[in-house]
Write a protein that binds this ligand. Structure first.
Ligand SMILES: Nc1ncnc2c1ncn2[C@@H]1O[C@H](COP(=O)(O)OP(=O)(O)OP(=O)(O)O)[C@@H](O)[C@H]1O
Ligand SMILES: [Mg+2]
Length: 360
């Protein structure tokens, strides 16, 4: 059992604040993904959980116990890195069992654990090979195997798939999901890839400049991003933003409008403080559709780019004020650059970001 609590955690390198007052609760057995742009502090936070970086301020609890001062080997965590750090002169078997050899684990127990890990990772037939005889994905599996045999309560992954090509990443992503279900261990996974975050996580933590922007289930972040940073970071292509004014705000309903947008009544939370000043209306490309006719259209513009992706088509539409929105439409739609189209969406799918609350 290994819940993890980070309470008001801070990390300073010299006089640079890298992690700022971070609060995160990770439940036992949960798959949590830290995501954010390069340099936002993901690896530092993970290394703090591992005990590889000391804690400047705040409290780290593992399984109900404060571990601020506990050395890494006593924390029951195993870490898997991006560069898999396996030994070229050792076989897969020796590599997976390396930690156990160091710990002086009896031979028979070691073999049993190595074979069990190899079975879990479906690489029993590769045990006598050396790393040079393996693919990138297989090498990464060796590194994961090395973590598995230690039977940790918590697995920590730092961008373990970023050296692999796209197809292999997809495979390994699915395997990691399976592994998580199989082992039931707590997993904390760092990536800057929002697709990995969306697909792997029970819970996503979005970080920016050492601060937590939002914590939630993947679809919660997709549907209800807390600010424009999260809105833009989660989801692909990113959310569209339109400048809007507030025509009316009666608490339950906020009516927004702009020169580009027909008046739109939104089910607004009554706490849209400052919404009077207007703001940005966020609409995901996935929620835009071609309007059936003029009365259905909330926006209209000229198609500048059509990208046919096979299963769907992406269109880039330039509005009269020169701004543009991206919509994902059905692959069967016949559209061409230069055409004028009307776009529509359900008001309940749009998100209003009042001015001054844009996360910048
Ligand atoms: N030992 C160190 N000394 C000083 N600054 C450091 C040290 N380690 C990291 N930093 C700084 O802390 C910040 C966060 O680094 P970190 O490696 O945690 O980012 P990251 O989110 O993992 O980025 P990436 O996606 O590029 O791996 C960066 O600005 C980095 O330069
Ligand atoms: Mg990193």
């Amino acid at each position: 059992m290994a819940p993890i609590r980070l309470k008001n955690l801070c990390k300073r390198f010299g006089d640079v604040d890298v992690i700022k007052n971070v609060d995160i609760e990770i439940e036992d057995g949960e798959f949590v993904v830290f995501v954010g742009p390069s340099g936002c502090g993901k690896s530092t936070l993970l290394r703090m959980i591992a005990g590889l970086e000391d804690i400047t301020e705040g409290v780290m609890e593992l399984d109900g116990r404060v571990v601020n001062e506990l050395p890494p080997r006593e924390r029951g965590v195993a870490m898997v890195f991006q560069n898999y750090a396996i030994f070229p002169h050792m076989t897969v078997r020796e590599n997976i069992g390396f930690g156990l050899t160091i710990a002086g684990t009896p031979k028979r127990e070691k073999s049993r654990k190595v074979e069990e890990a190899a079975r879990t990772l479906q690489m029993e037939h590769l045990l006598d090979r050396r790393p040079s005889q393996l693919s990138g994905g297989q090498r990464q599996r060796v590194a994961i195997g090395r973590a598995i045999v230690r039977d940790p309560a918590v697995f920590l992954f730092d961008e373990p798939l970023s050296n692999l090509d796209a197809a292999l990443r997809l495979d390994m992503r699915m395997e990691l999901s399976k592994l998580h279900r199989q082992l039931g261990a707590t997993m904390v996974y760092v990536t800057h890839d929002q697709v990995e975050a969306m697909t792997l996580a029970d819970k996503v933590v979005v970080l920016r400049d050492g601060t937590v922007q939002q914590i939630g289930a993947p679809m919660e972040l997709f549907r209800h991003p807390a600010n424009m940073f999260v809105a833009g970071f989660i989801g692909s292509p990113p959310m569209n933003f339109l400048d809007v004014q507030i025509a009316r705000n009666d608490g339950d309903t906020v009516t927004v409008r702009s020169d580009m947008l027909a008046p739109l009544a939104m089910p607004g939370p009554s706490d849209h403080q400052g919404a009077e000043a207007g703001g940005k209306l966020g609409i995901r490309p996935q929620y835009l559709r071609l309007a059936k006719d003029d009365t259905d259209a909330l926006l209209s513009g000229r198609i500048t780019i059509v990208e046919r992706l096979g299963s769907e088509t992406l269109i880039d539409v330039t509005l009269a004020d020169g701004s543009n929105v991206i919509a994902i439409i059905d692959e069967s739609e016949q559209v061409a650059p230069g055409e004028t189209v009307g776009l529509s969406f359900d008001a309940g799918r749009a998100v209003l970001f009042p001015a001054g609350m844009d996360g910048d």
